[in-house]
Write a new protein. Structure first.
Length: 398
């Protein structure tokens, strides 16, 4: 049945990783794949998770299925992270949360839900956005449109263009927004700008869908949720897809959540009933282990404090690598100004490197960067930073 079918193209980012693995160059560096790396170039298991997993192994008594929506205690802890323990949203019961297979699973379940209730809606995404966003929502049947976001000339948010476009999004359409650590640019909205976006959503009647994959990687767990709290405060319908891949290091456990926020508890209950149907015909119920490990950490005060410290260590290392890259290029006499990289947030950066430079670095230096110049700053280490800076300087000064 496949003789007349052409092979599908490789995923742009995962395909780059496959090429990296096959490269025999001992100095090769992968700045493409979107996972955190420590200074040894490894994706670590957090110490708090190791302790939590040990407790789970010792105390769990069954491998039975979880409910369709997952463990209710897990959902409660997710809501505390999203809104704060004293949030009115939690007290009023107007949020419904399910445990999903990672942030990607949350996005797809949310997409299926919205396609059911708003079949003619258009899904709006930032220019640029995470490479998989358009694929997820297209697969769910949505028409995709773009709104301006990043300005290559200023290396900042084109907020005038963005808010002008959002003011013209029709009521009932869906707007996908990155809460913090924008992927791929690393450029986030200010608090004031978020306020204007929230006002626009309420006034125009479109539905915000917040992608929250990097809580804690910007400034802190609390500071990074500021936009979520702003949307919650105005009492409109919106969705949040959150992920524990980065901040808990639970990449291969596929641990995430979808939260549907409604004006009333009654509406949230209706929403949950339809979310469950979307899940039932997809994966039926979520995997347990990653969620239970995260739940164990979130419910234990000592493990929680340890986790906050470990998230801070990751966040600080990323900022240190940003500074090392900028300072390293300047020290090598590179005329192009890369100082904007220090101002960006999270693991990713629009580096300003052209596709020509990206290709040259791959072919000649075995440095792998996603087309468009997006780099994973966490892929830089104290061991490879000089090699990367030397290579970029050579490429730019040819």
């Amino acid at each position: 049945m496949w003789k007349e079918i052409k092979a599908a193209p490789a995923d742009a980012i995962l395909g780059l990783t496959e090429a990296f693995k096959k490269d025999p160059n001992p100095e090769k560096v992968n700045l493409g794949v979107g996972v955190y790396k420590d200074d040894q170039g490894l994706t670590p298991i957090l110490k708090c998770i190791k302790t939590a997993e040990k407790k789970l192994v010792e105390t769990e008594t069954t491998k039975g299925y979880l409910p369709i929506s997952g463990n209710p205690a897990y959902a409660a802890q997710v809501q505390k992270m999203l809104f704060g323990a004293d949030s009115e949203v939690i007290a009023s019961g107007r949020a419904a949360t399910i445990h999903s297979p990672g942030g990607t699973g949350a996005l797809r379940v949310g997409a299926d839900l919205l396609k059911e209730v708003s079949p003619n809606a258009t899904l709006w995404v930032s220019t640029p956005t995470w490479a998989n966003h358009k694929g997820i929502f297209s697969a769910a049947g949505f028409k995709i449109a773009d709104y301006p976001y990043y300005s290559p000339s200023t290396k900042k948010v084109d907020f005038d263009g963005m808010i002008g476009a959002l003011e013209n999004v029709p009521a009932g359409d869906i707007v996908l927004l990155h809460v913090c650590c924008h992927n791929p640019t690393g450029v986030d909205l200010s608090d004031e700008q978020w306020g204007k976006v929230v006002e626009t959503a309420k006034a125009k009647g479109w539905t915000p869908f917040l992608d929250f994959a990097y809580q804690g990687f910007g400034e802190s767990i609390e500071a990074d949720r500021a936009a979520v709290e702003k949307f919650a405060a105005v009492g409109i319908d919106f969705l949040v897809a959150s992920s524990f891949s980065k901040n808990f290091g639970l990449y291969n456990e596929r641990t995430g959540a979808l939260t549907v926020v409604s004006p009333t508890a009654e509406e949230a209950e209706v929403a949950m009933s339809h979310v469950k149907i979307a899940i039932r015909v997809n994966y039926s119920n979520p995997p347990a282990h990653g969620g239970l490990a995260a739940l164990t950490v979130l419910e234990d005060p000592a493990l929680y404090d340890q986790w906050i410290g470990e998230v801070a260590e990751m966040r600080v290392r990323i900022k240190e690598m940003r500074a090392a890259l900028v300072d390293g290029l300047a020290a090598r006499g590179v005329e192009q100004d890369f100082s904007f990289i220090k101002e960006q947030c999270g693991m990713f950066s629009f580096s300003g490197l052209s596709n020509e430079i990206v290709e040259w670095l791959k072919v000649n230096k075995a440095i792998y960067i996603v087309g468009g110049g997006r780099i994973n700053v966490a892929g830089l280490t104290s061991e490879n930073i000089d090699y990367v800076c030397d290579s970029i300087a050579e490429a730019l000064n040819r």
